[in-house]
Design a protein around this ligand. Structure first.
Ligand code: SAM
Length: 279
């Protein structure tokens, strides 16, 4: 993993992803368009309902936090956290609180213990993901539910379109080498929840089709453009390959499968989660 100019390890928002660019708002919106329907279906299957207290970790553009606020209604409450709340600042609902919060080190947010904690595309980017998972479980009430979503690299390896495949693997390796992202972690789902003794554990996988200039293609185009300087600096793919991949993503007749999303869930036993974890 690389270090920044101050000698500290680079993090998600240190000029790698995130940040003040309007393109980042559009990227988060495209991500939500692709992924929200599946997330919402999982919440429905798990019985997320009026009155629940929910924590949305690394809320990004806030679409799921807003949906949850509607679902839990006036009797419930949603806390939406992120290290960067610029895209959450304008969210407004009487039962929705936005909090600048680093899940790796800040104390448990007010509003808990929670009935539901959800984190999508957050823990895979944090090298201390296993410790973060321990922390999150201590913030749930006994019987409370965690839902983890993470990108998973495995469909990319077999992509038949070489420029697209090499560019996607370039994204994967650039994130791994700069901020310590692990897109292989989710391949072991729901293992981290089973290992911690959770009840009613389950998982599903979403394989979004990328192409036809759809929202997934827009999202990966913006991600590739954003990471291009890192991919080139690390010599993970040539300019010609990246140009070809961008052309493929813009081609209405192109289709492939990019990263999968692995979704795992489980409930803390009613006797509570173990005592070895940090607050
Ligand atoms: C890929 S985006 C996903 C956004 C949103 N969860 C979604 O799925 O649409 C990752 C988000 O995690 C946030 N994040 C990164 N590191 C974090 C940390 N240590 N604590 C809280 N949020 C963090 C980023 O700022 C960003 O908004």
């Amino acid at each position: 993993m690389e270090e920044g100019t101050n000698g500290q390890r680079l993090r998600y928002a240190d000029g790698v992803l995130g940040g003040p660019d309007e393109a980042e708002r559009v990227r988060l919106a495209a991500m939500a368009e692709v992924c929200d329907p599946t997330t919402i279906r999982v919440f429905g299957d798990l019985g997320v309902d009026a009155g629940w207290r929910c924590l949305e970790v690394g809320a990004g553009g806030g679409s799921i936090a807003v949906w949850l606020a509607g679902r839990v209604a006036a009797a419930g409450h949603v806390v939406a956290t992120d290290v960067d709340i610029r895209y959450l600042a304008e969210l407004a609902a009487p039962n929705l609180t936005v909090l600048r919060h680093d899940v790796t080190r800040d104390p448990a947010p007010d509003g808990g213990p929670f009935d539901l904690i959800h984190a999508r595309f957050v823990l895979e980017h944090l090298p201390e993901r296993e410790d973060v998972l321990d922390r999150l479980l201590t913030w749930l009430r006994p019987g409370g539910t965690i839902v983890l979503e993470s990108i998973a690299r495995f469909p990319v390896d077999s992509a038949p379109h070489a420029p697209f495949r090499d560019a996607m693997l370039g994204i994967d390796q650039a994130l791994a080498k700069t901020i310590g992202t692990d897109s292989g972690w989710a391949r072991g789902f729901p293992g981290p929840l089973v290992a911690r003794g959770l009840a009613d554990v389950g998982m599903t996988v979403q394989l979004p089709t990328t192409g036809g200039a759809n929202a997934s293609a827009r999202c990966w185009t913006l991600t590739l453009s954003r990471l291009r300087p890192h991919i080139r600096r690390l010599e993970l793919a040539s300019d010609a390959t990246l140009d070809e991949a961008l052309d493929q993503l813009a081609d209405p007749s192109f289709f492939d499968v990019a990263f999968a999303t692995a979704i795992a869930w489980g409930r803390v036993p009613v006797s509570g989660y173990g005592t070895s974890s940090q607050a």
